[in-house]
Design a protein around this ligand. Structure first.
Ligand code: HEC
Ligand code: HEC
Length: 378
């Protein structure tokens, strides 16, 4: 028996890149702030699967589907043999492991695909932007979460398989996926490492990563507020969607005491109430004349949350109960839910002070877009 190359470099690179991307995507799935990284990893996983499908035909012996094409019956039979400790050692993938691999490949495509549609619908970003309305993204988001959970389960199953199999045949399978080699006798097939293919993969992934970094970091539109361009720190800002409605008079009249809150952040009826009660606006008198009031009201109601042009608009509108007329954005259930995890210390920070000081944490507050990746806790 001597150390023999079983897994070519592209197969190993695929394996570990997919594992790391999945772990990374999982870790960045909870907070909206990491969306740009999360989406990057999703595209990367999609690309990796496409590569693996090709490599299943063009790769070296053990990487080919033909080398691990077992029926579900054989997979179950092998599992039974493992339990009775009579299972034979396989140099390539064993029948049960193969089944897990096919399921993982298919699920990765489902996870990445549903993520792609969620991004297009809910965030109106990416290639699928504009294909669907924002609320239609919900079904994809549920499927995305469901398939990702299934995938995690499968990953644990796969890990358990690796541990059991390593123990059963007294070999370290995780290490052989790293080094590529296993102990085999002289009759074993010898495969070529295929370093050039692996090098091309690295170049592609690095290139995509660098391109994404700059794509994701392009500055949010903030010309209106006069704030200096924010210094951007990775991981980034961006994914700037379509530009929202703007109005100079509104910026001047409603932006002098606080940020001019974009009309898309409250429903129509709220703006009507705010404008009709402008004489007693949170303890101050706005003292606007008739024509100004009418002009502002027209702009505010024409671009209100009911129009559902952005994700925040849609979700704020959906969260506000039909009979209620919130006068504050910060009172709407969606806003409350999204900011629940922020600590008292963060709210009291001298850079924040008030909940309605949106611009302290949202680099794009002035434009009203509230992109996930443009959030910062000061
Ligand atoms: C004279 C100063 C002043 C002007 C001008 C002004 N506001 Fe306000 N506004 C306030 C104050 C004070 C608050 C309460 C802020 C707080 O509690 O942090 C407030 C709060 C708000 C809020 C609630 C923010 C939240 O907590 O969700 C909205 C919405 C709002 N203003 C809309 C407007 C609109 C629309 C205009 C223009 C027609 C306008 N404001 C002009 C002083 C002003
Ligand atoms: C202290 C910092 C801070 C302030 C002030 C703040 N936010 Fe946020 N906001 C956050 C953070 C952090 C998140 C992301 C929570 C998460 O990761 O899920 C968030 C999330 C959001 C989201 C959800 C974005 C999405 O698409 O999922 C919206 C909309 C939003 N904020 C609007 C506002 C508005 C409007 C104001 C002002 C009235 C405001 N925020 C004030 C920190 C802040």
């Amino acid at each position: 028996m001597r150390a023999t190359l079983i897994w070519d470099i592209p197969t190993r690179l695929f394996h570990w890149s997919l594992a790391l991307s999945f772990a990374g995507a999982w870790l960045t799935s909870e907070s909206d702030r990491w969306l740009s990284v999360h989406v990057f990893l999703g595209y990367q996983m999609m690309g990796l699967i496409v590569f693996r499908l090709f490599w299943g035909f063009l790769g070296t012996h053990y990487a080919r589907f033909s080398a691990f094409w077992f029926s579900p019956g054989e997979a179950l039979e092998y599992l039974r043999q493992v339990l009775s400790r009579t299972a034979q050692r396989h140099l390539g993938h064993n029948p049960t492991g193969s089944l897990a691999i096919y399921m993982l490949l298919a699920l990765t495509l489902v996870v990445a695909g549903t993520g792609f549609f969620t991004l297009g619908a809910e965030e109106q970003h990416g290639l699928a932007a504009g294909w669907m309305g924002i609320s239609q993204g919900r079904i994809f988001k549920s499927l995305h979460e469901l398939s990702a959970n299934l995938m995690l389960l499968l990953v644990f199953g796969h890990l358990a398989g690796v541990v059991v199999e390593s123990w059963l045949h007294r070999e370290n399978l995780a290490r052989s996926m790293l080094t590529g080699s296993k102990l085999a006798d002289a009759s074993a097939l010898v495969v070529r490492p295929r370093g050039l293919v692996a090098a091309s993969m690295v170049v592609l992934m690095l290139g995509f990563g660098i391109w994404w970094f700059f794509y994701a970091l392009h500055a949010p539109p903030e010309p209106q507020t006069g704030r200096p361009a924010p210094t951007l720190t990775a991981p980034g800002v961006a994914f700037v969607g379509p530009k929202l409605a703007d109005n100079a008079q509104w910026r001047e009249e409603c932006g002098s005491c606080h940020l001019a809150f974009h009309p898309s952040l409250l429903p129509r009826r709220s703006w009507s109430r705010i404008m009709s009660e402008q004489g007693q606006h949170f303890g101050t008198d706005l003292a606007l004349d008739g024509p100004t009031t009418t002009a502002l009201l027209t702009f505010l109601t024409a671009n209100s949350a009911d129009q559902r042009k952005t994700e925040p608009a849609t979700k704020i509108d959906l969260s506000v109960a039909a009979g209620t007329v919130p006068l504050r954005i910060t009172e709407t259930p969606y806003w409350v839910k999204k900011h629940r995890d922020i600590t008292a210390a963060d709210w009291q920070s001298p850079k924040v002070k008030s909940r309605s000081n949106c611009a302290a944490c949202h680099l794009d507050a002035g434009s009203g877009t509230f992109e996930d990746a443009a959030m910062r806790l000061p």
